[in-house]
Design a protein around this ligand. Structure first.
Ligand SMILES: [Zn+2]
Length: 245
């Protein structure tokens, strides 16, 4: 985290949010519940070491609607600046499988993306207290792009239902640049979905690079900011604020 703060100052970022993963599904054997106390101590240490950088605390709740008791215990530990909600997995034979785990063959991918979007809709329609909807088309990262074109319009009905539900709960739509990956795969979502968000009255947009390592923070932000601006949204006066219509 300290290396990330140093890198943020080096590239001129005025603010940064550490949205630590809180995942309760057992999609990966090495997954452990987040240690919120240790996390918050680390944030405080960074704040005293880097007074010139605004450092927001936060968490990315993975599938929180399936773990309401765990999530509410976690959120009681301390108030957080940013709470993201996301889905990474779908159920296969009773077990949660992450979309990154080779599920998306050309034959299976379209149906699995629909399952993913249905799970996302369930999350949005739940009472879970998150503000930002993270990487809403996450499976796009793992889509078999070489064999099959990924077209948002093939999932328009499902994607629009997700966006409507997000707007209905006044959520912020995150544009996730996937550590600067090639935009066709890594920009979640891309310009078509952003256009639909604008069209249905979506109010706010945030940016996430999902960097997971200091060298990749804010990777892809310049291109993403240009797209968000082209869709009609404007930056906030507050450098840590959401973009708005
Ligand atoms: Zn995520």
């Amino acid at each position: 985290m300290e290396a990330t703060c140093a890198r943020a100052l080096e590239i001129g970022l005025p603010a940064i949010a550490f949205t630590e993963h809180a995942d309760y599904v057992r999609a990966f054997a090495e997954q452990r519940p987040v240690d919120m106390h240790g996390y918050l101590e680390s944030v405080e240490r960074c704040r005293s070491k880097f007074p010139g950088l605004r450092i927001l605390s936060g968490v990315e709740l993975g599938e929180p609607h399936r773990f309401p008791a765990e999530v509410s215990a976690l959120l009681r530990v301390a108030p957080l600046d940013r709470v993201l909600g996301s889905v990474h997995t779908i159920r296969q034979a009773g077990a949660a499988v992450d979309m990154s785990q080779g599920l998306l063959t050309p034959e299976a991918a379209p149906a699995l993306v629909r399952e993913y979007l249905a799970e996302l809709l369930t999350l949005l329609e739940s009472e879970q207290p998150f503000e930002v909807l993270a990487h809403l088309d996450y499976p796009k990262r793992y889509w078999p792009h070489a064999e099959l074109a990924y077209r948002e319009t093939d999932f328009e009905e499902e994607l629009r239902a997700v966006l409507e539900a997000a707007d209905g709960r006044s959520a912020v739509l995150e544009v996730n640049t996937t550590r600067g990956a090639e935009p066709g795969r890594g920009l979640c979502p891309g310009p078509i979905v952003l256009g639909w968000w604008w069209e249905l009255g979506g109010e706010r947009v945030s940016f996430g690079s999902d960097s997971h390592e200091p060298a990749k923070i804010a990777a892809g932000f310049a291109a993403a900011a240009a797209l968000v601006e082209a869709a009609g949204f404007r930056p906030s006066d507050d450098p840590a604020g959401f973009w708005r219509r």
